[in-house]
Design a protein around this ligand. Structure first.
Ligand SMILES: Nc1ncnc2c1ncn2[C@@H]1O[C@H](COP(=O)(O)OP(=O)(O)OP(=O)(O)O)[C@@H](O)[C@H]1O
Ligand SMILES: Nc1nc2c(ncn2[C@@H]2O[C@H](COP(=O)(O)O)[C@@H](O)[C@H]2O)c(=O)[nH]1
Length: 193
């Protein structure tokens, strides 16, 4: 019998550091990054199969997805197979989702889904980080005016008391909190499968 594996779900506001946190968990905690699918255009430097599986509307419609959302006019979705790839190799998984996706994973997977909600103390920092990342001005404006951006500034009430909230202001402090959280979750008496 092996310990039941987890999926760490990173959600929160655009620019709050979700991808950065996911990369940290892969590098420092040997997690498997689940690559999701999207119809949005790649950002400078983003690679197909590494950052996302980039799709068009027709290829997206053919996928068998665990959940699918629309965010700022583009479609995004993730598959159960993505999780299995990691779990079959004995790894915990990490996936970056919006809060609607995080709610769905909580409903479908219960406490196998460990939800981390990222926020920052000063919301003005978010647009600055997107600019520093190299996003185009028009893409940032569209993002900031989307209803999904505004929604994901706050933890959904359904995830209150369930999600682990981390204020990602200082990267060193965030790493410390991540290390503590991962240690606690993975040391807990495992449910057997
Ligand atoms: N604690 C931090 N302090 C300063 N900069 C940070 C911090 N965390 C992340 N960043 C930087 O902020 C930018 C946005 O981070 P990242 O791409 O991880 O955000 P995101 O939440 O995945 O964004 P989006 O939802 O828009 O894709 C990146 O350039 C990243 O290097
Ligand atoms: N519910 C899902 N949300 C997803 C998925 N893949 C990414 N995302 C989230 O979408 C927004 C926008 O992403 P961006 O890369 O364009 O900034 C962000 O909150 C991501 O976390 C998915 O498969 N399902």
């Amino acid at each position: 019998m092996m310990n039941k594996k987890h999926v760490f779900i990173i959600c929160g506001a655009a620019g709050s550091g979700k991808t950065t946190v996911a990369n940290y968990l892969c590098e420092h905690h040997h997690m498997h990054r689940v690559i999701t699918h999207t119809t949005r255009q790649p950002r400078p430097g983003e690679q197909d199969g590494v950052d996302y599986h980039f799709e068009d509307a027709a290829s997206m419609a053919r996928l068998h997805l665990l959940e699918k959302v629309t965010y700022d006019g583009a479609q995004y979705g993730s598959s159960y197979e993505g999780l299995q790839e990691g779990w079959q190799q004995g790894q915990d998984c990490v996936i970056v989702l919006d809060t609607a996706g995080a709610r769905t994973y909580h409903q479908k997977l219960g406490d196998q889904a460990v939800i981390i909600f990222l926020t920052v103390s000063q919301l003005t920092v978010l647009a600055k980080r997107m600019t520093q990342r190299g996003d185009q001005h028009t893409a940032i404006e569209s993002r900031l005016h989307s209803k999904e951006y505004r929604r994901d500034l706050n933890l959904p009430s359904e995830l209150a008391g369930i999600a682990h909230v981390i204020t990602n202001d200082q990267w060193a402090a965030t790493c410390q909190q991540l290390d503590q959280l991962v240690g606690k979750i993975l040391a807990a008496p495992g449910q057997k499968c």
